[in-house]
Design a binder for this molecule. Structure first.
Ligand SMILES: C[S@@+](CC[C@H](N)C(=O)[O-])C[C@H]1O[C@@H](n2cnc3c(N)ncnc32)[C@H](O)[C@@H]1O
Length: 248
């Protein structure tokens, strides 16, 4: 899959290409990244990409023209139509289901805003999806784009060292969308706290049940709506329900 990233700061993405899981996805070409700088498509000696907002007010607004020319070049290079994603607080908050959708697709053009935002006429004419990272304001869309690329990269086959590991992560439908259980490693006692006994039992069924119960209890406490969704979808067994009753 290929992501074309429109950004005034392509250098911010360097660590993604050189470190960890995203590096593996990039080097194996499972996730191809191509960067486009709207400034390269701006006119005049100053290559201006922003201007003052009509109506007054603080800050600057990214101009539609350079962004549209930049997007045209990115789409022409892809040779096919693609979703155009703008990162914005206006968008739908990014969740696992959407990440799975992007992970199974051909990629997209990702547009990173800066300053006060982007001229609305560009958004209306060219953007197909708006994605938010959450109810807070970033200085630019780059961190949101990196979050999407990272989350998509780790779902690609073979990118994680252990193929099955993402299936055990929080929100994965394979574990009914629950939060992950707590994890422990050596030493067996740290700071006076032992590792929970079931994990030391060597009995796989007991370990699996303990982990499932922990997931259920944690999710019921922190994200009860996820437990409700699993129940509505008929994903909770009798053992699950009795574990939930005991913990609540
Ligand atoms: C300083 S912000 C603009 C904020 C805008 N004036 C507002 O109040 O919603 C600059 C850019 O950062 C990106 N951005 C900011 N917060 C974001 C969020 N929560 N999720 C995704 N992108 C965000 C957007 O691309 C935005 O155009």
């Amino acid at each position: 899959m290929r992501f074309d990233v429109l950004t005034l700061f392509p250098e911010l993405f360097a660590p993604l290409l050189t470190s960890g899981v995203t590096r593996r996805a990039y080097e194996s070409k499972q996730v191809e990244l191509v960067f486009w700088n709207p400034r390269d498509f701006a006119e005049g000696n100053y290559r201006r990409i922003d201007d003052r907002p009509f109506g007054g007010g603080p800050g600057m607004v990214m101009m539609a023209g350079p962004l549209a020319a930049c997007l045209d070049a990115a789409l022409a290079a892809r040779g096919a139509a693609a979703p155009v994603v703008l990162f914005s607080p206006v968008g739908e908050t990014l969740r696992h289901a959407a990440v799975e959708g992007w992970a199974g697709g051909e990629g997209a053009v990702l547009v990173c805003g800066r300053y006060e935002g982007i001229d609305q006429r560009f958004i209306d004419a060219r953007v197909t999806h708006q994605v938010s990272l959450g109810d807070f304001v970033l200085s630019g869309g780059e961190i949101a784009a990196m979050a999407l690329i990272d989350a998509v990269a780790r779902l690609q086959s073979g990118v994680l060292g252990d193929e099955a590991s993402h299936v055990q992560d929080s929100f994965n439908p394979a574990l009914d969308g629950m939060l992950d259980c707590p994890h422990y490693t050596r030493p067996e006692v740290w700071n006076g706290q032992p590792v929970p006994a079931p994990l030391m039992s060597g009995h796989h069924a007991q370990i699996d049940r303990w982990r499932r119960d922990q997931r259920l209890a944690l999710t019921a406490e922190r994200r009860p709506e996820l437990v409700d969704a699993a129940r509505t979808a008929g994903r909770l067994s009798r053992a699950d329900e009795s574990a939930l009753k005991k913990k609540l």
